[in-house]
Design a protein around this ligand. Sequence first.
Ligand SMILES: [Fe+2]
Ligand SMILES: [Fe+2]
Length: 295
Amino acid sequence: MHGTVPNRTKYHAVSAVAAENPTMTDLVVRRLLVDMEAPIARLWCGGDAFRTALFNALSMSFPVGEQFFIDAVRGGFKALPEDQQEKFRTEVQGFIGQEATHRRLHALYNGHLEKLGLVNDWEPRARARLQELDGMDPRHHLGITAANEHFTAILADWMLRNADLLGGSDERLTTLWLWHSAEESEHKSTAFDLYQALGGSHEWRITWFRRVTWIFLGDTLRQTINNLRRDGTLWKFNTWTSAASYLFGKRGLIRQTYKPWREYLREDFHPNQQDSSLSERWLADNASRYVPVGA
Ligand SMILES: [Fe+2]
Ligand SMILES: [Fe+2]
């Protein structure tokens, strides 16, 4: 992310989109009842090298990414005029609580990956890039967070719709991924609404979205290949037939997420326009797998 510090005058007043979507979300922080101390199998995702490497790559990006989202949302909240803070207070607390929990569990997950000999190159790269954003207007941090949150929300919806692709061989990891997906879908509006409330412009929202897309796809690909290389499965024929099928096949990740990805470019887009019913259903059907914190 090498953008110059933008001119504040590019921002316009709070948009009509925000005014039309005043819905605040009740975000529950949940303690997941999974044992993340137990080791992770090398090919935990149904024995499939490509999917295992891809999901492991995503997990590697979460601790640094989610800390940035937490800081961005916290910074955006503080930048709000005091009379608007009350409206956001509970949702912001819920968002931070949910992301902090994801962060913690994925850090444990990544510790196991390290023991398997995988090396997280994504995290230091992301850290260096994020450092360049220090001192920027909080709306930029929020614009980047909202873009990433859209990405994670559509990925989450794809995962909830295709839960069998998690392989089913490690019930604990299946639960972890689906719980994380359900909560991503649940809090997908928080950063976006704060961005709008602070008068963030459509132009910058799209600019960040395009940059985040290229960076996210590039980093995902690099880390997935890195994981496959270290696992010794990069040059196996099965790895690439699996990749073709899980990216471009009928239920392929890229094929099924392109349309919702594109929606974000619309000027009247709001994350709540995208369906969250799979998230709600998973949380209702799996209530025995978590304990609401503070309940
Ligand atoms: Fe998360
Ligand atoms: Fe999130």
